[in-house]
Write a protein that binds this ligand. Structure first.
Ligand SMILES: [Zn+2]
Ligand SMILES: [Zn+2]
Length: 170
């Protein structure tokens, strides 16, 4: 687990101050957990990572931090939304989504692949008179835990991922 750079907290504190909001200890602890996790977490997972966080206030805080642009909400089934730091506070990345257990992992693509994706998004946008500002790409599949024995989950980390999984650029 990497240490959370003071910069993240500074930026969040400034952003909240601009909105007349306080960067409370609860909010700070929540941002800290998400910055360390390196993958999007559900509220129960966030609470489990820091015993000082109460579930009720954690739900309130993630909601307001999403509204303030500090966190991004990834919609999940029923009550299983996941949260991560907004890309402005972390870095551009994509997600591997397990269709069995719902776990979501962050992945960074190579510069070449990012360039290809940006170009593909630009072409799609241009075709529809749509000004592209960013792109998202989730790769759906089965994680190592959920892949039945004999499956080729190892391929998910390589170039095979796009082939065997459903890719959905938004
Ligand atoms: Zn899984
Ligand atoms: Zn990208």
């Amino acid at each position: 687990m990497a240490a959370v750079s003071a910069t993240v907290h500074d930026v969040v504190e400034r952003r909240l101050a601009e909105a007349d909001q306080r960067y409370t200890a609860g909010r700070r602890a929540l941002v800290d957990v998400l910055a360390r996790a390196g993958r999007p977490l559900t509220v129960p997972e966030i609470v489990a990572a820091n015993e000082e966080l109460a579930q009720s206030s954690a739900y309130r805080n993630v909601t307001s931090l999403v509204e303030l642009g500090v966190l991004r909400r990834l919609r999940g089934p029923e009550d299983h939304d996941r949260f991560e730091l907004a890309e402005a506070l972390s870095h551009h990345h994509h997600h591997l989504v397990c269709v069995e257990c719902g776990r979501v992992e962050d992945v960074e693509l190579s510069l070449d692949l990012e360039q290809t994706l940006r170009e593909a998004a630009r072409v799609v946008g241009a075709t529809h008179g749509f000004g592209v500002v960013e792109h998202r790409l989730d790769v759906l599949g089965r994680c190592r835990t959920c892949e039945p024995p004999g499956g080729d989950a190892s391929a998910i980390a390589g170039a095979g991922a796009a082939k065997r999984s459903e890719a959905s650029p938004v």
